[in-house]
Design a protein around this ligand. Structure first.
Ligand code: GAL
Length: 674
């Protein structure tokens, strides 16, 4: 069964288009249309930052440029993802209504400037956004080119103004009802911080409280909820004239300030902006694995195809080192997104502007302005490839393995004053464990901590410090019903309020499920190593070594150095019909790799292809047809064995049992019906 997220039935190829920057030279718009046709561009994301043009004075709207541009795109055969411009407000708005500007953590009010410098709570801001969105929707919700709404842009940050403080207190009252309950949950008797009135509550500030972890976590949740209610305001405004046009907002890799799983529940489909470090010293294959983890995370949020809303066709301008994508690499990594469930390949940006901070950011069309550039040619070639993939739209990868990656856990863990104080490496650990699956070409879903696990055979939960009763129940049922669960150090230390579980870690029933008790955790200096023996071989642990006691679990590996030598480092417990593995230390990689190999073998999970250096193979299916994506991220040609016979969707070439892969390429193969 296919899951279509917009009315498009082809892979969209396009991206951010800023024609408002070229209103003085409309011949550029004409040229854009010609170049878009040449580049196989069939989509443009328009209006992301055009508020000041659309409403130059309060209440005075001018849609002439959008009218022209949208009609031109439609005539060109293209589709439009129409943005609401709420990511950056016009000057008049901030000048007339200063409440719309953001207040920082230290309570300093910002002056006008940059983007996202506004308060999402401000009723005036919301009302002005609503008026603008409604006007856009009234005019364009039935425009033949418009297929989706792009709400705001990369929503992020927080505001600490008086309006936000008031809203936060109200949010807390709704959540806790009584101050007594709040005081208990936030453990405020610590340092005499008890609240005696709701008005005393202030958001976290370096000038006030930063160490009340319950406050910090609730503030994080409040910020997520404020963002959601802002999204809902925009969503209602744009969908009132045509509820069939879906909404999205572009999420970000590596942004941890909001709980994206929760936000995704309010979007019709997920989209995200991907700006990896291709060509970095750690190698493209490693980076590809890390990006695949992100693709899988964003896809898993709604378990449907997503959009790659932004990527650069060549280089970015904001990293310390802004390297060009190598020849072929744009197609390869764009197709990697499609391999993992994207139904679009979109760029920031179509054309380089002449001024301001993004003038040197990569674009399909350079300042040079013509089509005879390497980047343009490569984009155009990819456009041709994507045009062969219509039947893949709406199909999905199929995973039997899930990893738990939880945004609130990430927040609480980072906040904990313990372990490696400043960098617990949660995201990195997820990435490194994921790589063992990526290398084996095994499909993975990435889920939040309270997700339903019944579709999976294997679940891996690294560093899941924050475990609510729901999580404990999910894990217990999953193992009892025959699943294999692998968890690591720091499992189940606190509940959903970041209050420590009592009676020993991991909290509650998890001790029984894993058959262990975790007595204490040793945090090592970065260069220190502890030996671990497993299966007659010696491995190295680093960063964290927990001292656990097997209470029913079988001991698979033991520490071989330190004062805890001889004590368990890895255990396995049979529970109900399933198994629960516990890995008490962070190792340099080899031990985790061996354990994952063992678990996959036990569960008869085989990757789409055998491990092959620099190669990744993944698959999308509609339940009937299977589409294999074979990527070579290396600089040399290679080949990879595959089971069965296939047809290359681009060239029509037959492929049987082995696919040849030139350097930096992705081949897409449709498997023969069996
Ligand atoms: C994104 C943003 C775009 C552009 C791009 C540059 O984060 O949404 O507007 O700034 O980065 O890489």
């Amino acid at each position: 069964m296919k899951k279509y997220v917009t009315s498009a039935r082809n892979i969209l190829h396009g991206g951010d288009y800023n024609p408002e920057q070229w209103r003085d030279t409309p011949e550029v718009w004409e040229e854009d249309m010609r170049l878009m046709r040449l580049a196989g561009i069939n989509e443009a994301t328009v209006g992301v930052f055009s508020w000041a043009v659309l409403e130059p004075e309060e209440g005075k709207f001018d849609f002439s440029f959008l009218d022209t541009v949208l009609d031109k795109i439609a005539a060109n055969g293209g589709k439009v993802i129409l943005a609401t411009p709420s990511g950056a407000r016009p000057r008049w708005l901030a000048e007339k209504y200063p409440e719309v500007l953001r207040t920082e953590k230290n309570r300093e009010k910002n002056i006008f400037g940059e983007r996202h410098n506004h308060c999402l709570t401000s009723p005036i801001y919301r009302e002005k956004v609503r008026i603008m969105d409604e006007a856009l929707a009234k005019r364009y919700a039935h425009h033949p080119a418009v297929i989706a709404w792009h709400l705001s842009n990369e929503l992020n940050g927080e505001c600490h103004c008086a309006l936000c403080q008031r809203a936060f207190r109200q949010w807390l009252q709704n959540k806790y009802g009584t101050l007594e309950k709040l005081n208990f949950t936030w453990w405020t008797s610590f340092w005499s911080h008890n609240y005696t009135s709701w008005e005393q509550i202030e958001s976290p500030s370096p000038r006030g409280d930063m160490g009340v972890h319950g406050l910090n976590l609730d503030w994080y949740r409040f910020c997520t909820d404020q963002t959601i209610s802002f999204i809902e305001t925009e969503k209602q405004a744009v969908q009132q004239y045509n509820p069939d046009i879906p909404v999205t907002t572009n999420l970000m890799r590596g942004y941890f300030g909001l709980n994206y799983y929760k936000i995704a529940e309010h979007l019709d489909f997920v989209s995200w902006d991907s700006y990896p470090d291709w060509g970095a010293p750690w190698g493209n294959y490693h980076e590809a694995s890390s990006i695949a983890f992100d693709h899988d995370t964003f896809r898993s949020m709604k378990k449907q195809p997503f959009f790659l809303m932004e990527s650069t066709p060549s280089l970015v301008n904001w990293k310390s080192f802004n390297k060009l994508k190598r020849p072929g690499q744009n197609a390869l990594v764009s197709l990697q997104a499609v391999a993992h469930g994207s139904d679009s390949v979109q760029y920031f940006q179509w054309r380089k502007g002449r001024g301001s901070s993004e003038k040197f950011h990569g674009a399909v069309v350079d300042h040079y302005g013509k089509e005879d550039t390497r980047v343009f040619r490569e984009v155009a070639a990819l456009g041709k490839t994507l045009a062969c993939l219509d039947e893949i739209v709406g199909t999905m990868p199929e995973a039997k393995v899930a990893m738990i990656y939880d945004y609130e856990n990430n927040f609480a863990l980072a906040d904990a004053q313990a372990f490696a104080r400043h960098d617990k490496k949660y995201y990195l650990t997820e990435n490194l464990i994921y790589k063992h699956l990526f290398e084996r070409n095994v499909a993975v879903d990435v889920l939040p901590r309270e997700a339903d696990l019944s579709d999976y055979a294997v679940v891996i939960a690294p560093m899941l410090y924050l475990c609510s009763q729901t999580t404990i129940d999910r894990f217990t049922d999953f193992v009892a019903n025959g699943g294999t669960l692998l968890a690591t150090y720091m499992l189940g230390m606190t509940d959903e309020n970041d209050l420590c579980h009592l009676g020993g870690f991991p909290g509650g029933k998890l001790k029984e499920v894993f058959g262990i008790w975790n007595e204490e955790i040793d945090s090592l200096y970065p260069e220190e190593r502890v030996s671990v023996s497993y299966g007659g071989k010696t491995y190295e642990a680093m960063d964290y070594c927990e001292r656990i006691h097997a209470q029913g679990a079988e001991v698979l590996a033991t520490y071989a150095s330190e004062f805890y030598a001889g004590e368990p480092a890895v255990t396995c417990n049979a529970y109900g019909k399933g198994k629960a593995y516990y890995v008490a230390c962070r190792d340099t990689g080899e031990l985790m790799d061996a354990l994952i190999g063992r678990i996959l073998a036990e569960k008869h999970i085989v990757g789409y292809a055998p491990k092959t250096e620099n190669v990744s193979v993944s698959m999308r299916t509609d339940g009937e047809n299977e589409y294999y994506f074979c990527e070579n991220h290396g600089d040399t040609a290679t080949a990879c064995s595959l089971v069965g016979s296939f047809t290359d969707m681009e060239t029509g070439e037959r492929v049987i049992n082995e696919v040849s892969l030139p350097p930096l390429t992705c081949r897409i193969l449709k498997k023969d019906a069996s």
